[in-house]
Design a protein around this ligand. Structure first.
Ligand SMILES: C[S@@+](CC[C@H](N)C(=O)[O-])C[C@H]1O[C@@H](n2cnc3c(N)ncnc32)[C@H](O)[C@@H]1O
Length: 162
């Protein structure tokens, strides 16, 4: 995301503006990995990472603390008894828009939800785009036989805005 925004600014000759990206995860080793590998491609874009169990404790941020939120591969693993509160917490801290990538396959421990947009619509978001895509393993040489590596997975991509 940082690379995308920075290269878009460069293409348009824009000087940019300060952006703070905050990544939150329950898993400390994933956070250490992110801290090690995420590098800002622009002086005005900073990234920081926070350790938190969002399903249990919610966000520590104030209402509308974030302009935009990205939930990639997260909603489908939130347990049913925590799901509605989790969505409410996301809607509380995100002011403007959401990008959601949700695994739509029924996997053990996964809860793909056909009615996913309705939870957010009830909290004031509208759906700008709702795509179902088959995600194949990527290689520099192009897509090889997916069965040799990993099956193609059905994924839902949602863009929501208020
Ligand atoms: C499939 S991974 C996706 C990771 C990352 N979003 C990405 O796109 O590469 C799901 C992530 O959700 C995190 N996660 C699961 N439950 C969580 C919770 N209750 N609070 C915070 N993070 C959670 C897991 O630790 C894991 O890193």
């Amino acid at each position: 995301m940082i690379d995308f925004i920075a290269s878009d600014w460069r293409k348009r000759g824009s000087e940019g503006h300060p952006i703070e990206v905050c990544g939150i995860d329950l898993n400390e080793s994933r956070l250490r990995n992110a801290e090690q590998h995420v590098r800002s491609a622009h002086d005005l874009i900073a990234a920081r990472f926070e350790h938190r169990d969002l399903a249990r404790s919610g966000f520590e941020q104030a209402d509308a603390a974030f302009d935009y939120g990205l939930l990639c591969g997260v909603l489908e693993i939130i347990e049913p008894d925590a799901f509605e509160d989790f969505v409410k917490e996301v809607a509380r801290v995100v002011r403007r828009g959401l990008f959601i990538e949700d695994l739509a396959e029924k996997t053990p421990g996964g809860y793909p939800r056909e009615d996913l947009p309705t939870y957010f619509e009830a909290l004031g978001f509208r759906v700008l785009r709702d795509h179902w895509v088959l995600q194949e393993p990527y290689q520099d040489q192009g897509t090889l036989d997916p069965m040799e590596l990993w099956p193609a997975l059905k994924v839902r991509i949602l863009f929501l805005e208020r």
